[in-house]
Design a protein around this ligand. Structure first.
Ligand SMILES: Nc1ncnc2c1ncn2[C@@H]1O[C@H](COP(=O)(O)OP(=O)(O)OP(=O)(O)O)[C@@H](O)[C@H]1O
Ligand SMILES: [Mg+2]
Length: 247
């Protein structure tokens, strides 16, 4: 689905975020992106979602270069947006419509789905996430966790093949965290390709089978099976994923 070759990204020509990153992501894989704060995980997810473009190296999605030029074609753009969805670390930048209903319908209408189809899908996803009572609220009438659910709903309603999650369980209460972890596991079982950036090592083995670890130099430190990396304390310490004093 994705192939990165020597990919790099530098913000404002000055702040490196990714250096010489290469990998392939196959259909149905469930992959964790691990690394210390600032190692480049969120930047990579934005690149995979075609929101920012590499400043070095190459990226292909579905066998085609994923570039600003290719996504400028409305047809290519719509097709890519229907296949790949992202749930941001911070829901405030994701949820912006006047009401929850409009927020969830937005993507479907962008894709050119009919009003009837959009309404049906919106109702389904509201029920699935158990947020029907929030339908007519505006984003600023929602708690952080509720906003996260709405952001998630706005992605799931498009039924994408690939879902990119940036620290999905951050700022959620324990029950909602569990619920979301179950949901991500179900999406994986349903054959979705899942890429998630996380600091939460506890849920990793249940959610992913592969982990790409970024070092503080923004390079790939390891690309390996999740179970293997979880057993490798010295590598986890080196990547600043656990601390010496942790039990
Ligand atoms: N808008 C920006 N302008 C300048 N530098 C940025 C910007 N966004 C991120 N960076 C820098 O790029 C690097 C990678 O940031 P990124 O957000 O991708 O890291 P991360 O691995 O997601 O970190 P975290 O675990 O804290 O979420 C960091 O050094 C960061 O300071
Ligand atoms: Mg991040």
């Amino acid at each position: 689905m994705f192939r990165a070759d020597g990919l790099g990204y530098t913000y404002l020509d000055r702040y490196p975020a990714l250096e010489d990153v290469s990998f392939q992501i196959r259909k149905g894989e469930r992959i964790a992106l691990l690394g210390a704060n600032g190692s480049g995980k969120s930047t990579l997810l934005k690149i995979l979602d075609g929101l920012v473009f590499p400043t070095a190296g190459e990226l292909t999605a579905y066998g085609q270069p994923l570039t600003e030029e290719s996504l400028a074609d409305p047809e290519v753009n719509a097709r890519f947006r229907s296949r790949v969805g992202i749930v941001f670390q911070n829901s405030d930048v994701q949820v912006f419509s006047a009401t929850v209903r409009e927020e969830i319908a937005f993507g479907c209408l962008q894709l050119g789905l009919s009003a009837t189809e959009t309404a049906a899908r919106t109702a389904d996803v509201l029920a699935m996430l158990e947020i029907e009572e929030l339908t007519e609220r505006t984003p600023f009438q929602l708690s952080g966790g509720q906003k996260k659910k709405v952001a998630l709903a706005s992605v799931l309603v498009m039924n994408p093949e690939v879902i990119l999650f940036d620290e999905p369980t951050a700022a959620l209460d324990p029950r909602t965290q569990h619920w979301l972890i179950d949901l991500i596991a179900q999406l994986g079982q349903a054959g979705k390709t899942v890429v998630l950036a996380t600091h939460d090592l506890h849920t990793l083995a249940d959610l992913t089978e592969r982990a790409i670890i970024f070092g503080e130099d923004h390079r790939v430190l390891a690309d390996t099976r999740t179970r293997e990396i979880l057993a490798d304390r010295s590598r986890l310490i080196a990547a600043n994923l656990i601390h010496d004093h942790d039990v």
